[in-house]
Design a protein around this ligand. Structure first.
Ligand code: NAD
Length: 496
């Protein structure tokens, strides 16, 4: 149901998309906004201002936006809704390097005391500081106005503090929304529902019952045109410090007292602070670094990372880590995480491997239970249970594993129009929450800093021990050391 805000005496909402002509905006943000509008989540009088360096004019910019929306979600677009959406948008050409940035934006906004402004900074983090300064200088930062910022929040603890400080001058923490788009994914939010909406898991969710946990984010693509950025970051900074550690937090945190933003984030930060430091003394046995070499991945021959770059590189395109959480719930249950590029399949999945039976009356036929939570490409949760194999045998009863499976796509296939269900873009949830001022699914400053503190320690240990990335052929599941990392612990293998 649409709602009018200004007409109700409430402040009129304005969504200012800085970087409105960029890649992220075109692929994710505009399609998300258009779908939120079509589904009635935007107030009737909400305005959207696209700000970018390019002086393309509103008409041409809106045409590009319309084309981007059609290319991403065209199958579900209702023409009348898109027409209405296009009318909300104004494009303003402003270069952050110019001092009149804030003044010109203020001219476009009108009476700012009657507005509720969300700034979405979809630009390089090096621009956060000048843009926030412009916003502040023009008096456009006052509550309830808030800011949404994209990763990367730094490349280590020191640089993340500089970025956070530059934003904090204009917006206090409660009005700073740091995106980790994994937190907007339906299946990631479902982890909270699964753990805290069911009684059956919680008594078993600990080191007494769980042998180990695996978290994998595997990509088939290489670095392509992101090489300039990627070579500075590598897999540990680009994927592990944020997405993998956020998944780890949701899996390992204590039950929060409510879904209120700080209740949830207080529990997540405790997990990050409980991670056992990895140092030069144990880094060789607890981490694996890899870099893809020549091979075949994503349906194409791959020349290899260094050949693509044209020079030697010490950047890892694969990382695996055995993490341990030093608290009562998890001591003794390792969490193996891995992520990489040019791997054989695209998958994000979590494996909760339960312990074997304390005493099996079925001999070796009784396998330990396993909960598999698949986030990508298909969304699926399955629990492997042991069953009696049907039929008669002379020797008596035999067991077989069977999967109790909950396919989320099938579960939500409520359409009667014959169309496949639309999978929401993760940014839809996050933009809606930002508009509503709910920051529970955004990352708090202390979370970012606790994650960097742990990751910085690993990178330092790599430097201290001269641990270079080990080459793996593109199209394989990482270097040999990644297999050794888990197989060193008897009876454990990656779930490939
Ligand atoms: P992009 O280079 O495609 O777009 C950058 C946008 O910033 C453009 O609209 C450009 O006009 C604007 N801009 C650049 N310099 C400016 C200036 N001086 N003044 C005003 N506007 C200026 O970048 P992108 O890929 O869309 O990424 C945007 C941000 O999102 C970056 O921080 C990036 O790290 C992050 N991010 C991008 C992706 C992605 O898939 N593209 C994914 C995650 C995070």
């Amino acid at each position: 149901m649409s709602a009018s805000s200004a007409s109700n005496g409430v402040r009129q909402q304005v969504f200012v998309l800085v970087g409105g002509t960029g890649d992220l905006a075109m692929r994710m943000l505009w399609p998300s906004l258009a779908m939120l509008d079509q589904d009635g989540f935007l107030s009737d009088d909400l305005r959207i201002i696209s700000v970018a360096r390019e002086d393309c004019g509103t008409e041409a910019c809106v045409d590009r936006i319309g084309a981007a929306v059609m290319s991403r979600v065209g199958e579900w677009v209702e023409p009348a809704a898109l027409k209405r959406f296009r009318k909300r948008i104004v494009h303003v050409a402003l270069d952050a390097a110019h001092d009149n940035w804030g003044v010109k934006l203020k001219d476009e906004l009108g009476d700012v005391d009657k507005l509720d402004i969300v700034y979405f900074l979809s630009v390089s983090p090096s621009l956060f500081k000048p843009i926030c300064e412009h916003i502040e200088k023009a008096g456009l930062n006052k509550a309830p106005n808030r800011v949404v910022i994209e990763k990367p929040i730094g490349r280590d603890l020191a640089t993340s503090k500089i970025i956070n400080d530059s934003v904090a001058h204009a917006f206090d923490e409660a009005r700073t929304f740091r995106i980790d788009h994994y937190l907007g994914k339906e299946t990631v939010q479902n982890l909270i529902a699964l753990r805290f909406g069911n009684m059956v898991f919680e008594p078993l969710w600990n080191a007494q019952s769980i042998d180990h946990i695996q978290i994998t984010i595997a990509e088939t693509v290489g670095v392509a045109d992101r090489l300039g950025y990627y070579d500075e970051y590598g897999a540990i900074r680009d994927m592990l410090q944020n997405h993998l550690l956020q998944l780890l937090c949701l899996l390992a945190m204590e039950p929060p007292s409510s879904l209120a933003s700080d209740a949830l984030r207080d529990e997540k930060v405790k997990v990050l602070r409980s991670l056992k430091p990895i140092t030069a003394a144990n880094v060789v046995n607890t981490t694996a670094r890899g870099q893809y070499g020549p091979g075949f991945a994503d349906g194409h021959p791959i020349a290899g990372y260094e050949a693509e770059k044209g020079s030697p590189s010490n950047t890892e395109t694969f990382v695996a880590i055995k993490a341990e959480i030093a608290n009562w719930r998890w001591a003794g249950t390792p969490i193996y995480m891995r992520t990489g590029k040019c791997l054989p399949s695209r998958a994000t999945e979590i494996v909760i491997q339960f312990k074997p039976l304390p005493h099996s009356i079925f001999g070796a036929e009784a396998h330990a239970n396993r909960l598999l939570i698949r986030l990508q490409p298909d969304e699926d949760i399955s629990l492997t249970l042991m069953n009696k194999a049907p039929g008669l045998t002379a020797e008596g009863m035999h067991l077989q594993p069977l999967d109790l499976s909950l396919s989320l796509i099938k579960a939500f296939d409520g359409n009667d129009d014959g169309k496949p269900p639309r999978r929401r873009i993760a940014y839809e949830r996050l933009i809606l929450d930002a508009l509503n001022g709910n920051n529970a699914q955004f990352v708090r400053r202390d979370e970012v800093e606790a994650a960097w503190t742990w990751v910085d320690g690993i990178i330092q240990a790599w430097t201290d021990t001269h641990m270079k990335p080990q080459m793996y052929p593109a199209g394989t599941f990482g270097p040999v050391s990644a297999f050794r990392l888990i197989e060193r612990d008897e009876g454990r293998v990656w779930n490939d």
